[in-house]
Design a protein around this ligand. Structure first.
Ligand code: PLP
Length: 404
C-alpha cells in the first residue's frame, strides 16, 4: 500500500522563519515540474511536451458565445450549482453519450474546471484516514489533493506489460475497513489506457460487494483511438454510488476557461453544492455560457481534433520505433508514456538531462506514482515537425544518457 512517496527532493518548502506553516503544506510532495517549466521558458529553441494543454484553439462558435456573454453584461455570479442552461445541457449530454440519467436541478453541479470537481468529490467522500483505491500510475493531482485531505491513496499497481490495464481483483485485494471509494480515470492520464466494459463491470461488482463509492473521471472521453469509453455510472446498480466527472478542457481545448462538472446521486450532490460554492463561488460566468455553446453547438470539432491527435500519435509511435525508444501505445488521450528504462536514468534525471542538454520538456513518469517510474509522459500538443525534432533530441539522450 502506498500512501504518498517519500523522496526528500520533493519534500515541501522550508518553513518561513516568521511563520510556522501548516503541516499539510509543509509536507506536501511536489515534483519539480515547475522548475522544468521555468527552464523551458529560458530556451529559445525549447519544445514543450510537458503539460496536457492542447495547442489547438477553442472552436470559434464557443469563443463567440463567451464574447457574447461578456457583451451582454453576463458577468455576475451564477446560481450555486451553476447556470441552469448548462446543467440542462450537461444532463442531455450524459443521457445521449453516456447512458446516465441525471436530474439537472438536483444531480448536476458545474465546477471551476474538472480539477475542482475532483477535489470536492474527494472532500465529500473521504474523512481523514479513509482510503481510496486508484490505479498507479495516476494523475498526480489526486495524490496532492488526498494529502491535503489527510486521506490515503491506496495505489493499485498496473503494468506496461498489460498496457496499464486494471484488474478488478487487484482492487478488491486492497480493500480494508477504511476503504471508502475507488477512483477510475478512463481514458487514463498518464498512460492512455481505456478500460473496457468487462473490466469496469468487474470494478462495479467490487464496489457493490463492499459498499464503495466510485469517482469516474472521464475528461478524455472524446480522445479514444482504440476501444470505446464506457461510463461506469450507466451500469446496473452503479448510478447511485458513482460521481461522474468531466469537463471542457481537453475535448474543446478550453483549459483556460475553467469549466467542468460532476453528476451523482442527489444526496451526495446536495452536500457538494455548498462545498463547491465555498471554494470558488462559481465557475466563470462567461465560460459557463461558452460551455453551453460547446455542448449545444456543432460537434464536428470533436472528430477533427480526434483526427489530429490520432495523426500525431501515429507519427510519434512511428518515430519512436525508428529511434528504438520503447513505449506503451496509448488507446486514448493525447499522451504517450515513453519507456526510458534502457537509459538507466530515473525519470526525473532523464527529464532534467533532456531539458538541460536538448531543451525538451517532458513530464517525469515517477511523478505519477511508483509504477510511472522509468517512463516519461509526452503530450502531443505540438505539430508533427516539432514532435519529430523532440524525439530526435530524446534519442540523443537515450544513446548517451550520461556525459562521458
Ligand atoms: C484526469 C484529469 N482530471 C482532471 C484534470 C483537470 O482538468 P481541468 O482543466 O478540467 O480542471 C486533468 C488535467 O489534466 C486530468 O488529466
Amino acid at each position: 500500500m502506498e500512501v504518498g512517496r517519500a523522496d526528500p527532493r520533493r519534500r515541501g518548502r522550508s518553513a518561513s522563519p516568521l511563520v510556522q506553516l501548516a503541516g499539510r503544506v509543509r509536507t506536501v510532495e511536489v515534483g519539480r515540474a515547475g522548475t522544468l517549466m521555468d527552464m523551458l521558458r529560458q530556451r529559445t529553441d525549447g519544445i514543450g511536451l510537458g503539460r496536457g494543454d492542447p495547442d489547438l484553439p477553442t472552436p470559434d462558435h464557443i469563443v463567440a458565445a463567451g464574447q457574447d456573454a461578456l457583451a451582454r453584461g453576463l458577468t455576475r455570479y451564477t446560481p450555486l450549482p451553476g447556470l441552469p442552461e448548462l446543467r440542462q445541457a450537461v444532463a442531455d449530454k450524459l443521457r445521449r453519450d453516456n447512458g446516465i440519467e441525471a436530474d439537472p436541478d438536483t444531480e448536476v453541479v458545474i465546477t471551476t474546471g474538472t480539477q475542482e470537481a475532483v477535489f470536492v468529490a474527494l472532500c465529500a467522500l473521504l474523512d481523514t484516514g479513509d482510503e481510496i483505491l486508484l490505479a498507479d500510475p495516476y494523475y498526480n493531482s489526486y495524490a496532492t489533493m488526498l494529502h491535503y485531505l489527510g486521506a490515503a491513496l491506496v495505489a493499485v499497481p498496473t503494468s506496461a506489460a498489460d498496457g496499464f490495464q486494471i484488474d478488478p481483483d487487484e482492487f478488491e485485494r486492497r480493500i480494508t475497513p477504511r476503504t471508502k471509494a475507488i477512483a477510475l480515470l478512463t481514458p487514463n492520464n498518464p498512460t492512455g489506457a481505456v478500460y473496457p466494459r468487462d473490466r469496469l463491470q468487474g470494478i462495479a461488482r467490487v464496489a457493490e460487494r463492499h459498499g464503495l463509492y466510485v469517482i469516474s473521471d472521464e475528461l478524455y472521453e472524446t480522445v479514444v483511438f482504440e476501444g470505446r469509453p464506457f461510463s461506469i455510472a450507466s451500469m446496473p446498480g452503479m448510478r447511485d454510488r458513482t460521481i461522474t466527472i468531466n469537463g471542457f478542457s481537453k475535448a474543446y481545448s478550453m483549459t483556460g476557461w475553467r469549466v467542468g462538472y460532476l453528476a451523482g446521486p442527489r444526496a451526495a450532490v446536495d452536500a457538494l453544492v455548498t462545498l463547491r460554492h465555498t471554494l470558488t463561488i462559481c465557475a466563470p460566468t462567461m465560460s459557463q455560457h461558452a460551455a453551453v455553446a460547446a455542448l449545444r453547438g456543432p460537434q464536428a470539432c470533436l472528430g477533427e481534433r480526434l483526427a489530429i491527435y490520432r495523426a500525431r500519435r501515429d507519427f510519434t509511435l512511428a518515430r519512436l520505433a525508428e529511434a528504438g525508444i520503447p513505449c506503451v501505445p496509448p488507446q486514448g488521450t493525447f499522451y504517450v508514456f515513453v519507456d526510458i528504462r534502457p537509459s538507466g536514468l530515473s525519470s526525473e534525471e532523464f527529464a532534467f538531462t533532456l531539458m538541460e542538454r536538448e531543451g525538451v520538456f517532458v513530464y517525469p513518469g515517477g511523478y505519477f506514482g511508483r509504477r510511472g517510474e522509468g517512463f516519461e509522459r509526452i503530450s502531443l500538443v505540438v505539430r508533427e515537425p516539432e514532435l519529430g525534432e523532440a524525439i530526435e533530441r530524446m534519442a540523443r539522450v537515450m544513446r548517451r544518457p550520461r556525459r562521458a
